[in-house]
Design a protein around this ligand. Structure first.
Ligand SMILES: *Cc1c(COP(=O)(O)O)cnc(C)c1O
Length: 396
């Protein structure tokens, strides 16, 4: 039994593509303990340092006293608690959309939105570098899937102009999770208007980090305000709550009719237990921290600049990114893994990202920064990278 699986796993191992999980202990933070060793971590999406915030931890305990630990049922049966409802209203207010709907995870939100809004007579136009959950959802929807080269809005426009499908849905990461760059939102919105399309924006990495008060990518224009009501009515905004927000879950903010359609038809919303209300309770606190702690974003952006400055003379290049995702391109998968494991010996965790997550030959270290890092942490990382690069040179 399973001989073919054993064989496949073996091949994966030989190609240096077998992935391993590490077991961490203690709260998520930029300092983690693995096998009794302390590490400085650049792995987490906890961009604002909220995942281990005492106030949020206390809110979880309070939420447990108020609501117990489990929701007990799906939202449509009787799992939709006052905490979920209050959080949805707070998220709608915060993002400036008429309605917001909570999902258990971002993966499920993307599944739900795409399969609820498009079907076999429709077309999806998707950036080549979109998150896996968007691609999987597109396949499941049975809509025609057209992928355009990364951020190539001219290619997208040609595809839109040629399409005769009933509904058109443009789907994009707002901040690309492996490159850290930002989609051309203004241009995408223009194309939606011109070609009568909808736009699903996956702001998993922008919410809390970008824009006025951390309201996300739609607020990161110079004016810092949401596009007009008419334009916003074409946008379906999805963001996760397990990254910068530090907790767990996701939400979709959109027009009332979109939210209502999701409640009626999104299977990943309907056929699953509501997330524990205590998380929603804690997320209300997290939202306050996101909105009020401007210093976290200020600090994060200072650290990003510090990293860029200190890696300027390194032979490996940072990809052009102004977000806390700072990928350092190494090239071959084996080299990226080697640099990552050398850093680990020095007490620094930075994940090596290889194919199939990124194209072959662009294996990279995905350095993610957090407001919980200190300047000394960034300088330590930069210093060790310079040392590894010089040893690496000596061996070539
Ligand atoms: C993390 C991520 C998701 C999935 O969100 P989860 O809440 O972790 O399931 C979706 N899209 C993008 C771009 C992501 O980075």
């Amino acid at each position: 039994m399973f001989l073919d699986l054993i064989e496949q796993l073996h091949v994966r191992e030989q190609q240096g593509l077998k992935r391993h999980r590490t077991v961490t202990t203690g709260p998520q933070s930029v300092r983690v303990v693995i096998d009794n060793h302390a590490y400085l971590s650049f792995c987490s999406n906890d961009y604002l340092g909220l995942a281990g915030h005492p106030e949020l931890m206390q809110a979880v305990c309070e939420g447990a006293r108020l609501y117990g630990v489990g929701a007990g049922a799906s939202h449509l049966i009787n799992g939709h608690s006052a905490a979920h409802h209050a959080l949805e209203q707070a998220l709608a207010n915060f993002t400036g959309f008429p309605a917001a709907l909570l999902f258990s995870t971002g993966y499920m939100a993307n599944m739900g939105v795409i399969t609820a809004l498009v079907g076999k007579d429709d077309a999806i136009f998707a950036d080549k570098l979109n998150h896996a959950s968007l691609n999987e959802a597109a396949l499941l929807s049975r809509a025609r899937l057209l992928r355009y080269p990364h951020c190539d809005t001219a290619a997208l426009e040609r595809q839109l102009a040629a399409s005769t499908c009933r509904r058109k849905l443009i789907v994009t990461d707002a901040v690309f999770s492996m490159d850290g760059d930002i989609a051309a939102i203004d241009r995408l919105i223009e194309l939606c208007e011109h070609y009568d399309a909808m736009l699903l924006l996956d702001d998993a990495h922008g919410f809390g980090v970008l824009g006025n008060k951390g309201r996300g990518v739609l607020f990161s224009s110079a004016e810092g305000t949401l596009p007009s009501e008419q334009v916003a009515s074409r946008i379906i905004y999805m963001a996760t709550l397990g990254k910068a927000a530090g907790v767990f879950g996701a939400f979709v903010a959109a027009a009332d009719e979109v939210a209502e359609t999701l409640i009626q038809t999104a299977k990943s919303y309907i056929y699953t237990t509501a997330s524990p209300p205590l998380l929603a309770h804690a997320l209300l606190k997290s939202l306050e921290r996101i909105e009020n702690d401007e210093w976290r974003r200020d600090k994060l952006y200072r650290l990003i600049e510090l990293l860029k400055t200190n890696l300027q003379s390194l032979k490996w290049r940072l990809m052009p990114s102004n977000t806390p995702i700072q990928p350092l391109v190494i090239g071959a998968a084996r080299d990226a893994v080697r640099v990552s494991s050398t850093l680990k010996k020095k007490g620094i965790l930075v994940p090596a990202i290889r194919q199939p997550t990124v194209p072959q030959g662009t294996a990279r270290l995905r350095i993610s920064l957090s407001a919980a890092h200190e300047e000394a942490d960034i300088l330590f990382l930069a210093d060790e990278l310079h040392k590894i690069a010089s040893v690496h040179d000596a061996h070539v």
